[in-house]
Design a protein around this ligand. Structure first.
Ligand code: SF4
Ligand code: SF4
Length: 455
């Protein structure tokens, strides 16, 4: 079942380049609760994602932060280094530097060195346009342990999505440069309507480029992506997307590459354990295990969450520990239950376990979390009734970093031919799962075989 209209819509979006806005300055002196509760004191972020600059050398159609220009009030080097110290004191164990494009900040290696010297792991995610061998070696020497390069489709698709001709080639060159410097490399890919039909070929290309892991997520309706709804999957396309990831899991076992589905690829369908393993909770970890930082020192519970609704304070106004413990915007996941759910998530069999999954994905669609149509379980439940969901934009985003428009869900009958194709995918799920586990067993036996021979 191919998603309809992909190439036509991509051709359409190449007619105008996205403009990077001048980001507004941080809203300062946001109120904090007078005291931290026990639940706030026991929550600690082990993982932080830090946008160290909003400046970028790409112009991506799907950029949630509308990156391009630096923010007017980005942290100084001294402020950034102090923030590293505060993260270490709060218990953060790993920091991923992002942008915009993190390496465009002149002191990115200094920041990385400080992170490492405080005993934290430092990683980076990059578009890789100007990540040459010298930059790769500098990252390695600063102590960065791992770099993930964004590759969002085959060459033509990637270049159009990223708004710069040649950006696919430079991303592959970045992977090679990082490997030459001795750094392990990962690729990350947004699954969009243009890229969904290319996932198999893209996986092989990235495997040939030497990646160890492949992180995938769906394009979500934030920032410029929300301006271009035709780039995003429809909720019913989760059936195709999850089937593609299950299909590719056979190849990933054969090639020894781990596929990591992002948190916004939901949930609980027949491939859940196969793709994500036996983890105990699918709930959003924003403000519990995860911390997000914008380049001006604004603090959120997750880097992807919309600025307006989820910034809890600025590091220039309060200590990190106080924003973490006493901001309701940061700690919103610490005490909540399924009474927060609405729409298709209210009354779901998995409601209490899932709580509508990724807060970011739901909030940027509806301006309110608690309902998430990008869910495999939900798409399959509806398929059983011959129905499917589409999203329709009813209000545009204002045009600021990390903003969103408003969408509505339309429930409609499947067209007959697409219904047959979707049901065929559903019927083949057990076969897919068996094929993946067989491939994993075969791969494991290939690893074990030399040891057996030597004994
Ligand atoms: S329908 Fe909502 S609550 Fe149920 S599994 Fe999907 S995202 Fe979670
Ligand atoms: S909002 Fe989504 S991406 Fe962020 S922590 Fe929650 S589940 Fe993860």
């Amino acid at each position: 079942m191919a998603p309809g209209g992909a190439s036509a819509s991509l051709a359409c979006v190449t007619t105008r380049l996205p403009l990077a806005p001048h980001a507004p300055p941080s809203r300062r002196r946001l109120p904090l609760a007078a005291e931290a509760r026990e639940v706030d004191k026991s929550a600690r972020p082990v993982y932080a994602v830090w946008e160290i600059t909003l400046r970028c050398d790409l112009a991506c159609r799907h950029c949630g932060s509308r990156a391009g220009r630096a923010r007017p009030d980005e942290l100084s080097t001294a402020e950034a280094l102090d923030l590293v110290d505060q993260m270490a004191e709060l218990g953060v164990m790993e920091v991923t530097l992002i942008g915009g494009e993190a390496y465009l900040r002149d002191d990115h290696a200094v920041i990385a060195q400080r992170i490492v010297s405080r005993g934290l792991t430092c990683t980076m995610t990059t578009g890789g346009r100007a990540l040459d061998e010298a930059r790769a070696r500098a990252l390695r020497d600063a102590g960065v342990t791992h770099v993930s390069v964004s590759v969002d489709g085959l060459e033509s698709t990637h270049d159009k999505l990223r708004g710069v001709a040649g950006s696919h080639a430079s991303a592959l060159r970045a992977l090679a440069a990082l490997r030459a410097a001795g750094l392990p490399v990962t690729a990350n890919t947004q699954i969009s309507r243009p890229s969904l039909p290319e996932l198999d070929a893209l996986f092989e290309q990235l495997a040939d480029a030497g990646i160890q892991q492949w992180q995938v997520q769906i394009t979500t309706a934030m920032g410029r992506a929300g301006d271009t709804p035709e780039l995003m999957l429809e909720p019913y396309m989760m059936i195709d997307a999850l089937d593609a990831l299950a299909r590719l899991s056979v190849r990933s076992a054969e090639r020894g590459i781990r596929i990591w589905p992002g948190n916004n690829i939901g949930y609980f369908g027949p491939f859940e354990e196969l793709l994500r393993g036996k983890i105990s909770s699918r709930r959003c970890s924003a403000g519990r295990g995860t911390l997000g930082i914008e380049a001006n020192g604004d603090i959120k519970g997750c880097p992807s969450l919309p600025t307006r609704d989820y910034v809890g304070g600025n590091i220039r106004d309060a200590r990190l520990v106080d924003i973490w413990e006493r901001s309701p915007e940061v700690g919103f996941t610490r005490e909540r239950d399924e009474t927060e759910l609405w729409g298709g998530c209210a009354g779901c069999y998995y409601a209490s376990e899932c709580l509508a999954g990724c807060s970011w994905t739901g909030h940027v669609l509806f301006g309110r979390r608690g309902n998430n149509p990008f869910c495999h379980h939900r798409a399959l439940e509806l398929l059983g009734k011959g129905l499917r969901e589409r999203i329709v934009r009813v209000a545009e985003a204002p045009g600021e970093p990390f903003d969103h428009g408003i969408f509505e869900v339309v429930v409609e009958p499947w067209p007959e031919d697409e219904l047959r194709a979707a049901k065929a995918l559903e019927a083949g799920a057990t076969r897919r799962v068996e094929a993946v586990y067989a491939a994993r067993v075969a791969a494991a036996s290939r690893v074990v075989a030399p040891t057996d021979a030597s004994t």
